[in-house]
Every structure is written in C-alpha cells, then in structure tokens.
Design a protein around this ligand. Structure first.
Ligand SMILES: Cc1cc2nc3c(=O)[nH]c(=O)nc-3n(C[C@H](O)[C@H](O)[C@H](O)COP(=O)(O)OP(=O)(O)OC[C@H]3O[C@@H](n4cnc5c(N)ncnc54)[C@H](O)[C@@H]3O)c2cc1C
Length: 499
C-alpha cells in the first residue's frame, strides 16, 4: 500500500462505481466486498485506518454471551457463523480462546452450563471445543489467579480473539490487492449532487491541503459514530439517530492473570459483562458502557471507568490491581443506533442498520467487528440495487485475507527498540514503506500495539520512531519535534491521571 500511488489513482477523471467514506471495520469490509465483486472502489479515511472504534474494541470475535442472555439468538448464530469464516479466512489474525465463567453455587453452574450448551448448538459444529462444566480444582488449575473463596467450579467455553487494528490493515491490503484505492488522512468534507442525487464527494488530502472532487455512481457513509455528521452533509438538519456509548479497557501486566484462559464475569453488580483476557502477554480488562453526549475522535477513559474495572477485577483476582499497576487504558465509542424505548445503551441493539436517503446516500451503522463481513455484503447488495450497478455476487465468505505485501526484512542480530515492547526498527520501516503509516501514532498505536501494551514505554521510544519515520517519509526536524510532542501527550492520556 503506497499513499502517493493511491492519490495519483484518485486524481484520474474516470468516475468511481463506489466511494466509501470511513476506514474502520465497516468501511474497509465494504471496500473488500465491492472490489472483489469487480466494482471500481475508493475508500477515504479522515484519520488513519481503524483510528476510530475499530482499534479500540475488546478484541473478541464472538457470538456474544450477552446477546444470548437477551434472547437474541439470531445475532448470536450469525456472529458465530462469521467467527468461523474469519478463522478460516484470516487464521494468522484470529485465534480460538477458552473462557471460564466462575460459579459460586450449583444453580449458577447449571444455569451457565445450559446456556453455553445452547451457544455450542448455535455454533453448528464450528466450536473449537465443546463447553464443559469444571469442578473447583479444574477451574483453579486453568485460572490460578482466581480467588478460591466460595468458588464451586466454572463453565468453560470457546470463542476467539484477534488484533483489531491489524485485521483492519489486512482488509485495507486485501481491498488494495483487489483493485480498490484506499487512502488515510483524507477527510470527506462534502457531497456532490446532480438533480438531487449523489454524484460524488469533495475531500481534502490532509497532508498537503489539496482539495479533490471525485465523481461516483454510489457513495456509502460508513463513518461509525460520525455517521450523523455525514448524513447532515446530505440533508442539513437531519435528526441524529446515533446514541454513542463509551466502553473502556485497562491493560495490566500478565501476572494478574497467568494461564491460558480468559475470565468472563457475566454479571457485575450493575449488570455489565466483565472480561479479563490474556492479550499479547498482557491482561486486558474491559469493559464499561457509559452513555456519552458527543462523539469524539480520541475518547479518554473516565476515572470512574478505571475505578469500576479495578474494583470488579479485584473482587475475583487473588491480587487486586490498583492504578499504579496500569500499563495503559483505552476507550472506544459504540455507534449504537437508537431504537424506540431502549432505556440504557447496554440494551440498544448491536445489530447494524442500513438507511438509504432520497439522494441515494447509503448509511450503515451499528453492528460489531465480528459481523463486519456480513454487514458489508448487505450494504453492497443494497447499493448495487439502488444505483443500478451491474449485479455481481458477493465473494467474501471464502475469500482468504492474505498479506501479500513485501515481507519484513529483519537482521538476525536486530534488537528491540525497548525491552518491554515487541517492536524493532525494521517494523517502523516496513510500516512506512508497505502499510501506509504516516505518523508515530500510526506505528505505535495501530501497526504495532505498543501504546496499548505499555503507554510509558511507548512514549520512551517516540523519538526513535519519529527519526526512523522521518527518514522514510522525507520529513524535517520540525516534523520530528511535533510528532514526539503529540505522541507523548497522547501517551499520558492513556494513563490514569497523575500516573
Ligand atoms: C468498547 C468497545 C468494545 C468492542 N468490542 C468488540 C468486540 O470485542 N468484538 C466485536 O465484534 N465488536 C466489538 N465492538 C464493536 C466494534 O468495535 C464496532 O462495531 C466497529 O469497530 C465499528 O466500526 P465502524 O467502521 O462502523 O466505525 P469506526 O471504527 O469508528 O470507523 C469509522 C471511521 O470513519 C472515519 N470518518 C469519520 N468521518 C469521516 C469523514 N468525514 N471522512 C472520512 N472518514 C471519516 C473515522 O475516522 C473512523 O475511522 C466494540 C465496540 C466498543 C466501543
């Protein structure tokens, strides 16, 4: 993926079949779907790919036990089917993981045991292993850091985890290989119309300030929590449909949860689901569900969210974590679609919705990472029908998401940039040359997950990364200084205040 080449291709006058606004899971999935059907496709992202919610998820590819509890079996079944497809299509990015629900009474054991048998059934043979009721010793053997007091056993079930930002990048690479143009740092600022119908978009190359007008037969708004803003570019004054809700995570050292299994608490004191998940040699604690008034590019974890996660994890783990143990925090905003009488954001549907305006603009919002492929298929089927694009069947159900870009050249004696972070200088070079990384944040937050693994250590190597990137991107000392300052500020925002 090369940004200069992509922009040169955008400059051609030939109209696009489809322009996708937004480079998160939804937009990138649509770009892959449309390009593999043979449509001339362009995707424009205002920040970096997956800069929004799509790099800030809990990193589970799952049916969703919570939806089972809500009786939404169709969503669980679809999600489990998509999980199995994704494991087949991107086996290097999606891995099965065993989850254990600790139980403290016989009724709980059989209640969750029965629920998870239903989960197995809904997976229709695609579970990596069947759920099992564990006795107390078996539970503690698999989760040695779980408090033993009052424990009667556990229920073990299978799901999967992934690296969200890397999967997003893989989708961008796959779309590019299939002929699409995908560009980051390219905000869409307006919609072009002819006789009231969408005929293209106007956008800006944020690096140079150059303005572009691109003609297209169809435009899809896949801007997540910002989709009301784009709808309002189409229909000024259109009423907002989204109800953003924030979910926060805390990252801890691995010793808080040794072993190979994740801990799942189906109901905290206020009815939320809590996970403690082994991830990249750390432990991810999440998540919260806090309604927020305004959608923002860089949501910050609220102090009360950190307190909530630490307090509840402390109720289950032998060593209760405190603020000084935190390596990083991150929060994402859910683009939940408002529905009738839903009182709390946790009860609003996670299913996606598609709407088509009188102008032909298709807006897709909601859903989950797990179902991005099915959402893309739905959106492209609909837009093809509405805009009378030649009909081509969807090809993504069995389409391998393979990284065909140049392989990383790493000298055998190359050492890590920081002892506690999995990053080498050659990773920075590779990210700039082949993965369209443009900033220190792109490299440390999404091409690698250093910012999420240890915000202080990531800040400590910001200068090294800025210098390596500056050589690759031909930037000057002022750019290096600005990048270091911006990244260090961002890193402090990923830590609890005062730590
Ligand atoms: C806390 C949390 C945990 C979650 N955990 C999971 C999980 O474990 N598993 C799961 O399956 N799902 C999970 N989800 C849901 C999943 O992450 C989201 O459904 C998904 O990432 C949404 O993707 P999106 O592309 O619609 O939105 P986004 O990722 O937000 O992408 C929208 C993009 O549009 C861009 N954009 C906005 N305006 C413009 C413009 N004018 N021009 C160009 N670009 C623009 C933004 O910069 C952004 O990158 C979680 C969600 C949250 C909040």
């Amino acid at each position: 993926m090369n940004r200069t080449n992509a922009i040169a291709r955008l400059s051609t006058k030939e109209p696009w079949d489809l322009i996708v606004i937004g480079g998160g899971a939804t937009g990138l999935g649509i770009a892959v779907d449309a390009a593999t059907r043979g449509y001339r496709t362009a995707l424009l992202e205002k920040n970096d790919f997956a800069h929004g919610t799509s790099s800030r998820s809990t990193k589970l590819i799952h049916g969703g036990i919570r939806y089972l509890k809500q009786g939404n079996f169709a969503l669980v079944r679809h999600s489990l089917r998509e999980r199995s497809r994704l494991q087949r299509n991107a086996p290097d990015l999606v891995a099965p993981l065993g989850f254990i629900i600790p139980v403290y009474s016989w009724t709980e054991k059989y209640f969750y045991g029965a629920g998870l048998k239903l989960y197995d059934l809904l997976a229709r043979g695609s579970q990596p292993f069947s759920s099992q009721i564990l006795n107390r010793a078996e539970t503690l053997d698999r989760l040695p850091a779980l408090k033993a007091e009052g424990l009667t056993g556990g229920v073990l079930y299978a799901d999967a985890q992934f690296d969200d930002a890397r999967l997003a990048l893989r989708l961008a690479q796959t779309a590019t290989q299939a002929g699409a143009v995908v560009v980051n740092y390219f905000p869409v600022t307006g919609l072009l119309k002819a006789d009231g119908k969408i005929s293209g978009i106007s956008a800006i190359d944020a690096e140079t300030g150059t303005r572009f007008e691109l003609c297209a037969r169809a435009v899809i708004n896949a801007t997540g929590i910002f989709s009301d803003h784009v709808r309002q570019l189409d229909e000024p004054g259109a009423t907002a449909r989204l109800s953003p809700s924030q979910g926060a995570h805390v990252v801890l050292p691995r010793e808080f949860l040794p072993g190979t299994h994740a801990l799942m608490i189906p109901q905290t004191s206020d009815g939320r689901v809590l996970f403690a998940i082994p991830w990249q040699d750390r432990v991810l604690l999440g998540t919260t569900d806090t309604p927020v008034a305004v959608a923002t590019d860089e949501p910050r974890t609220f102090p009360e969210e950190i307190d909530f996660l630490l307090k509840h994890a402390g109720g289950y783990l032998t060593r209760a974590p405190n603020k000084s143990d935190i390596l990083s925090t991150f929060a994402g905003q859910r683009p939940l679609v408002r529905s009738g009488n839903a009182l709390t954001t946790a009860s609003i549907s996670r299913e996606h919705t598609i709407s088509i305006a009188a102008s032909g603009l298709l807006t897709i919002a909601g859903g989950k990472w797990t179902t991005y492929r099915e959402m893309a298929e739905d959106a492209v089927d609909r837009i093809a029908l509405v805009t009378r694009l030649a009909q081509h069947p969807c090809r993504t159900a069995d389409f391998p998401l393979i990284d065909r870009s140049a392989k990383r050249a790493r000298a055998t004696d190359e050492s890590l940039l920081h002892p506690s972070l999995p990053i080498f200088a050659s990773d920075v070079v590779h990210a700039a040359r082949h993965e369209m990384a443009r900033t220190v944040e792109d490299v440390l937050s999404r091409r690698t997950r250093c910012l999420y693994l240890d915000a202080r250590a990531a800040a400590a190597i910001a200068a090294l990364v800025a210098e390596l990137l500056a050589t690759e991107l031909n930037r000057n000392n002022a750019w290096i200084a600005q990048q270091i300052a911006a990244f260090r500020l961002l890193a402090t925002q990923h830590l609890p205040q005062g730590y």
